[in-house]
Ligand binder design. Structure first.
Ligand code: UDP
Length: 235
């Protein structure tokens, strides 16, 4: 395996499948099966889960809600996703801990960095809920932050496309997919990989980002083996 400790970013939309809102149990079950394969390969896995399938702060604030309030609701939405994923993993016999950046001690452990690392060392999947705990941030930035904190070797950004293109492959049949990209190129061209705060944080800490299609079965394990399943962003 190319990587021993991986931070996987799952957007809320990844859990939604083809539904317009919420969580598709079949999709979550498939993701859980893939995660099981990762663990069986002896890799330590931490997950940051988004909340866009339930609530997005920016959207609610555009409709008139106070932005910070909307963002806190967004963060709470990620905890619902985190608990759903935990349930699916534990049904497959995978020990999992949800750690939240906003304390909710009745349902999850508070985020404590050293505890997260300890869980990983013991072979538990760690799911980080409630984003970074701060409004005006995203779960992509949280993924970069937690990856740096727990010393993950790579951030996996699992999406619905098989990498980063120079133009939209849905509208331009000649769109070209990048195999590798530099952080500077992503920032300069404003390529839609992750938001710029997340990219800058990965750049500063030299954490590569692999963007790949979660819909292709076996892709997470392939990415962990170092196969070129998508676009790799690095120095
Ligand atoms: N959010 C936040 N701070 C964070 C992470 C998330 O305020 O550190 C809020 C924000 O409102 C965001 C929502 O939580 O819109 C859901 O997260 P995100 O949009 O990143 O989820 P994804 O797009 O990955 O599903």
């Amino acid at each position: 395996m190319s990587y021993q400790r991986v931070l996987l970013k799952l957007s809320g939309e990844a859990l939604m499948g083809d539904l317009g809102y919420g969580i598709d149990p079949a999709v979550v079950g498939t993701i859980a099966q893939e995660i099981k394969d990762v663990l069986q390969a002896g890799v330590q896995l931490a997950i940051v889960v988004g909340g866009g399938n339930i609530f997005r702060g920016v959207k609610a604030s555009a409709a008139g809600m106070d932005r910070a309030t909307a963002d806190y609701i967004g963060m709470i939405a990620t905890v619902m996703n985190a608990m759903t994923l935990q349930d699916a993993l534990e049904q497959m016999g995978i020990p999992t801990r949800v750690l939240t950046a906003i304390a909710m001690q009745e349902v999850a452990e508070p985020y404590i960095r050293r505890r997260a690392i300890r869980h990983l060392e013991k072979g538990r999947v760690v799911i980080f809920g409630a984003g970074s705990g701060n409004p005006f941030f995203t779960t992509d930035t949280t993924a970069a932050l937690r990856a740096a904190e727990i010393d993950a070797e790579v951030v996996f950004k699992a999406t619905k496309v098989d990498g980063v293109y120079d133009s939209d492959p849905k509208t331009n049949p000649k769109a070209r997919r990048f195999t590798t990209l530099t952080y500077s190129h992503v920032l300069a061209e404003d390529l839609k990989v992750m938001d710029s705060t997340a990219i800058a944080l990965c750049k500063d800490n030299n954490i590569p980002i692999m963007i790949f299609d979660l819909g292709v079965s076996g892709n997470i394990v392939r990415a962990i083996k170092g196969e070129a399943v998508g676009t790799l962003v690095g120095e």
